[in-house]
Design a protein around this ligand. Sequence first.
Ligand SMILES: [Zn+2]
Ligand SMILES: [Zn+2]
Ligand SMILES: [Zn+2]
Length: 770
Amino acid sequence: MHSESDRLRAEVRVSGIVQGVGFRPFIYRTAIKHKLLGSVQNRGDAYVEIIVEGKKDSIKQFMQDLKERKPPLARIDHVTVNYTDDKMEFEKFTIIDSSKVAELSGSVIPPDVSICNQCLTEMQDPLNRRHDYFFITCTDCGPRYTIIERLPYDRQNTTMKEFQMCDFCKTEYQKPANRRFHAQTVACPKCGPKTYLATNNGHRVESEDPIREAGKLLVEGNVLAVKGYGGFHVATATTIDEPIIRLRKVKHRSEKPFAIMARNLETVRTFADVSETEAQLLTSFIKPIVLLRKRSGYYLCDQVAPGLYNIGVMLPYTGLHFMLFDGVREPAFVMTSANPPDEPIVTGNEEAVQKLGNEVDYFLFHERQIAQRCDDSVVRVQGKKVSMIRRSRGYAPAPIRLKWRARDCVLGVGGELNTTSCVLLKDKAFVSQHIGDVENLETLRFLRSATEHILQLTNSKVDVVACDLHPRFTTTKYAHDMANELGCSVSPIQHHHAHAAALATEHGLNKVIAIVCDGYGYGVDGQSWGGEIINYEAGEGSKRLAHLEEQPLVGGDLATRFPLRMAAGILSKTVNVEDLLHSNAKRFPYGEEEVALVLQQLRKGSIPKTTSCGRVLDAVSAVLGICYERTYEGEPAMKLESAAIGGKDVLELEPVVNGAVLETTPLVHEIFHSKDLYSIHDLAFSAQHYLAVGLAQIAVDEAHRLGVSTIGFSGGVAYNEQITQTMKEVVEKDRLRFVVHESMPAGDGGLSFGQAAAVASWHSGAPDDD
Ligand SMILES: [Zn+2]
Ligand SMILES: [Zn+2]
Ligand SMILES: [Zn+2]
């Protein structure tokens, strides 16, 4: 007999992502393990209610397991517990069926998750029924977002609907104690989707073991398109040049780095440095692409990520990926998103043959359709902090929790490059997967469907549409179309103000001085901006406090593509650039003819100007001979950053500040004149140092003047580790707080969130805390 005092009853409410993620079966198993009686059930707005009765110690252990051993897909935001005396209400522990109403809540949609260890072990066990079954999953793992067509999350509403469960799978599906209880993706070799190989014109190739056959074809030098969860990858070996070079040629991607998928963590360590945080990310259930530093003994082909000090690496995240590596010795495969130029990632089997047939030798197909396309996510680690570069598979569309509550539902549609969309509703922001550069019909269509899908899943009614200030962006036009359809208004937000709003909102800040550096954004004055210091106040809007010196864009967009034009424009202010240009004539597509044109433009003046930080970095990159042509976004600056590794500040230039302007002309001139005196590493480092210190000092002065305690750094340049680190040191030396993005990308993937947050904060008042 128990004395009364060692028994208890606990009524627990858990909110977060706790529905449709195997949370109830987990609670059931945990309660049984600790010999507790009671019940668990899904409740309305995304919370789960648990009642347990039993021994005090057992309840304590249950609570501990609840927090520490929760299913990987679950996210616990909040737990409340009410303890009372044991009421002896139950005879066993049961899962109470949820009502449809409860499952309609938008926040239940979890992102895709990589194969779990238990499923992997089963897949590799020859005695298991699902041995070698490439799409083995359970409630803890597998695709979610990419297969859901509508809510509630039942098999009938997913692309698994075509595959009728066999009796074996059905039994597991119905048993509460089973790992596959209500796992909508449950399948086996008998009833689930199958794989097959095809030639590049779509003809089926007979094979007993198509996946391992595909692995062999890769090491033999073939290029394959491999269908995954959210779209196709184009794959090659990583230790032979020929297929990569061939792929670069057909894709017209001469330099852009390819992400790779490595066999396992030990293999990654043979060619890249991996910190503890990076190892955790690589092996996490999200399995993003992590940017890692190449090791000194790096032995993969240079062609994978030419001219860069780092490489994007991920680990296998489906059974299919693991099987690709079986029976071959390749350390890693190139695994790049399969998308035709300027189009989103390919998802349909027929579409793949049509659009990728000329790039690849073979296809590895599977039979399941993809409901939502979703690219791999890309992250990097700075210090111990994760910084998001592309927030997509594994993250989207899990909401970001705000520290305040919005009155209106605001839709942000993003900018032009690396776009996402964002539905901000109450205290949650649902940011879409990566959409891409919305410059044509294909990507606009994708933006539209992804946005409508999120609106449908969250069951929301938009009050305001927020967009960029640029009058001619495709997304701006889309915002107006949406607003017309929905009968609501449009609020344009300036590009850098949106970056600042994203940063402030992510950290729940009322006020922040944001340094925002990137390539291009349409300014309030209609000029090209990109090196800005913004004073952001939630609920008030924002103001430009200072910026980089305006520099000429010689030839407009051509100056972005050929950074030597940028350099010539800056240098021509004090030196005669004729020699420089003539001696570099071969760097221009039209040689001497083009040089003559550039010189003529310089003499004439009236050239459009920009305050872009990216363009200054580009100019330095060209002056140092690091990069003369930008073949992908950010290339000259990224290669400059790579060149600066291991360098030091040899120029010791004092930042020249003129009013509210940090001058960049003296910097580019110093670099030009010191070219033969120091190493490229040191000069690249010095240039980045000058910009970081100069901007941070202005921000510090402004923060003191305005009584703001936090300085932040946003925009694409914030991916630059050295610049970020230097700014942090300057700011913290002055006892101010320094923040960067953590859950949203610093680049334009975070714009939609910033646009929505800026608009929602006007309508809702500022958060209480500073
Ligand atoms: Zn699993
Ligand atoms: Zn089955
Ligand atoms: Zn930007």
